[in-house]
Design a protein around this ligand. Structure first.
Ligand SMILES: C[S@@+](CC[C@H](N)C(=O)[O-])C[C@H]1O[C@@H](n2cnc3c(N)ncnc32)[C@H](O)[C@@H]1O
Length: 308
């Protein structure tokens, strides 16, 4: 793919008043761009470089965007280099005023606090937008358990979709705090939303006592040292929280490990919940297209109590 096509792709997505992924080089469909993702958190264009590359074509592209910044409604361009210690951020255009400071963005009518540069991640995983849309559409009247909630974007989607109750659990206190602020930012009135800042495996009994849950969401990291390892712990997760499931519960199981495909999850579910049926894999937004669809983000829906 020519660099010019990357520019066209970005320019097509702009101007934009929503936070979204604009370019997903990590999908491997753009030669020479495999280590670059580009997102918009209006009015900031956020560029992530994952591994050291020849940056010349990227910097030329950003110069092109800079020349049309007013038309594209970009006020700042920041580059985060993930291959360097502490993920330093370069201000390529604009100034530092939106760096390491909380600001609001919206996606599909919901508002979120984000912060660029303070941590590696912004506070909102933009590749999960289809997951949020699905959860919002399927939460009405449901009791929802949102495991690995991070800043609770999926829990917020459930609340916005009129879930009866939502329980968000994440071991990162700061992420849970931000989740509470995200809830406050949206006009969701008296929804019953709770937050637990703890390791999920230390809370099994307490969480299961709060069941049964109609919708279980699990969006774990692929690998986070002792906290969670997909290969080691996903089966344990299903086993531990099985007692919390309603007889006709729906599961939203996310898998973001390029090395593990859909079959990995089918195998686990067949083993732990043989009565559950696979319903669908959510289609990723077209911008996330991948050279190997089995390697890209997998959001898998299963329904318990269907198979006899
Ligand atoms: C991929 S993020 C989740 C993203 C989130 N679902 C969203 O919608 O933005 C993974 C999260 O899992 C949390 N985590 C990892 N191991 C955990 C564990 N054993 N118990 C609780 N949280 C854990 C991390 O703190 C991190 O916030």
């Amino acid at each position: 793919m020519k660099d010019n096509s990357v520019y066209q792709m970005l320019a097509q997505g702009l101007p934009c008043d929503q936070a979204k992924r604009l370019f997903h080089g990590r999908g491997g469909l753009f030669d020479g761009w495999q280590q670059v993702n580009i997102e918009i958190y209006p009015p900031v264009l956020w560029v992530i470089i994952y591994q050291q590359i020849d940056e010349q074509p990227l910097l030329a592209l950003l110069e092109q965007l800079k020349a049309s910044a007013a038309t594209l409604a970009i006020e700042h361009i920041y580059i985060q280099r993930r291959f360097q210690a502490a993920n330093p951020v370069q201000v390529f255009m604009g100034d530092e005023s939106m760096l390491e400071t909380d600001f609001k963005v919206s996606e599909a009518g919901l508002n979120y606090w984000v912060n660029l540069g303070k941590n590696q991640n912004s506070g909102l995983f933009l590749d999960m937008s289809a997951g949020r849309a699905w959860v919002r559409e399927h939460s009405e009247g449901k009791s929802v358990l949102n495991l690995f909630s991070y800043t609770c974007s999926l829990g917020l989607a459930a609340a916005a979709g009129s879930a009866r109750t939502v329980m968000n659990v994440d071991m990162a206190k700061a992420a849970i705090k931000r989740g509470q602020r995200n809830l406050a930012l949206n006009d969701l009135g008296g929804r019953s939303v709770s937050f637990i800042a703890q390791d999920i495996f230390k809370m099994v009994k307490k969480i299961n006592q709060r069941g049964p849950f109609d919708l279980l969401i699990a969006d774990p990291p692929s690998f986070q040292s002792r906290a969670f390892d997909v290969r080691r712990d996903y089966q344990k997760l299903l086993e531990k929280f099985k007692p919390a499931l309603a007889a006709d519960a729906t599961l939203v199981l996310c898998l973001n490990s390029p090395a593990l495909g859909v079959d990995f999850m089918h195998g686990l579910v067949a083993k732990v919940l043989p009565e559950a049926a696979f319903v669908e894999r959510l289609a990723n937004p077209s911008v996330l297209a991948d050279a190997d669809e089995n390697a890209s983000l997998k959001v898998l829906i299963y329904k318990v109590g269907v198979k006899k």
